[in-house]
Ligand binder design. Structure first.
Ligand code: SOE
Length: 378
């Protein structure tokens, strides 16, 4: 028996679409205890929200998120708006006792994230943050291999997230499509937007990060702001690289940029252990590269494991062996796990508290880039 879960989605951009798709699909593929009901879509522009409601099947349209929180026909608030509004909405939703799914990064900074964690924990409401790449089956498989200690002692963790969409100085900042370039809306540049994904996955796979040493660069110093119409200084980091220590003694190297011509969303990660190594690449997301030193030396080499058989994480729910899935499925997996945990009254990961750890690393990275010193992650 599934119970209805009345959903209010705040934000009708790119993430609003990925989440809406997940609500529509989850019960077709997963036996979860809830059936999402698309109750309300909320966005600033009524005509856009109305078109979105029509396309995805939302019953109601609101333009003021405060009204959404006040509604008693809503159980879950899904926050898909720019980062600077996450905290305000989450605090109000927690006060109203609603479950919350929040897009990443959780907040603009650690202080805000701490307040948000306190609010959801005090209200005892189900909460989750959308670090979706954990739920790529190949990445979940990497976690399983690490839990089985197949890699042995870990020496190195390496991750990159490379894009190239802001190279032109004509790309503006601010507004619906380019708020990620406006420091007031985003909080930071690639550190909060892209490295946050890498950090979330890294901490999940390899444990906590203790200290960091970073550099950032803003290649284009001024851009037109869509909202004010004026050319304004750019406050975000266009690129960031950092090295770090993990609590398990391994060394980490992370790099992210929106200036890597030719790379659109190239998230790669690699772990090198005493017994084995593994490597994953978002452009080939259904494969996990695996090297096992215990293999017969005559045929030893990197294996490219195609993740499609039903014994692979999440794959039992999908098609038949050999047929792969993609990016949008990670949001469906995330929702399935959230609903499942909610039904059992259990916490899901990454929840607000997990995302606070990522926020702390991001803050330490930005502080280190500013000071030029190693910074402890507090
Ligand atoms: C930015 O371009 C972006 O859309 C991020 O905001 C997402 O989190 C990332 O998954 C893809 O790139």
């Amino acid at each position: 028996m599934t119970k209805p879960l009345r959903v209010a989605l705040i934000g009708y951009g790119f993430m609003g679409r990925t989440h809406s798709n997940a609500y529509s699909q989850v019960n077709h593929f997963f036996d979860v205890p809830y059936q999402p009901q698309l109750k309300v879509i909320c966005g600033l522009e009524r005509h856009v929200a109305e078109a979105f409601a029509k396309r995805w099947g939302y019953e109601n349209v609101e333009t003021d998120w405060h009204k959404v929180i006040e509604r008693d026909d809503v159980d879950l608030i899904d926050i898909c708006v720019p980062n600077n509004v996450h905290a305000e909405i989450a605090l109000a939703a927690a006060k109203a006792g609603k479950a919350i799914l929040c897009e990443k990064p959780l907040a603009l900074n650690t202080a805000q994230a701490e307040q948000m964690v306190a609010a959801v924990e005090e209200a005892k409401i189900p909460n989750m943050v959308s670090y979706n790449y954990r739920r790529v089956p190949a990445v979940t498989l990497a976690k399983k291999l690490l839990e089985e200690d197949r890699l042995g002692r870990i020496f190195h963790y390496r991750a990159q997230f490379l894009q190239d969409w802001t190279i032109s100085a004509d790309v503006p900042q601010g507004g619906m499509a380019t708020w990620r370039l406006d420091v007031k809306a985003a909080g930071s540049g690639v550190t909060g937007d892209l490295l946050a994904h890498c950090i979330d996955t890294a901490v999940w796979l390899n444990g906590g990060i203790t200290d960091v040493c970073a550099m950032t660069e803003t290649f284009i110093k001024e851009r037109k702001n869509v909202e004010t119409g004026k050319v304004e200084p750019v406050g975000i980091d266009d690129a960031c690289a950092f090295m770090c220590h993990f609590a398990n003694g391994s060394l980490g190297l992370f790099e992210s940029t929106r200036y890597a011509r030719g790379h659109k969303a190239l998230y790669t990660l690699e772990l090198n252990g005493e017994k084995a190594s593994l490597r994953w690449d978002l452009h080939d997301l259904h494969r996990l590269q695996y090297f096992d030193h215990a293999d017969d030396s005559l045929v030893r080499g990197w294996r490219s494991v195609h993740i499609s058989d039903s014994d692979m994480p999440y794959m039992k729910a999908w098609w038949v062996p050999g047929l792969q899935i993609g990016y949008e499925h990670t949001f469906i997996h995330q929702l399935a796990d959230f609903l499942d945990a909610m039904g059992k009254g259990e916490a899901v990961s990454p929840n607000f508290r997990d995302a606070l750890e990522t926020q702390k690393v991001c803050d330490a990275v930005l502080a280190s880039a500013k000071s030029g010193q190693w910074v402890d992650v507090r």
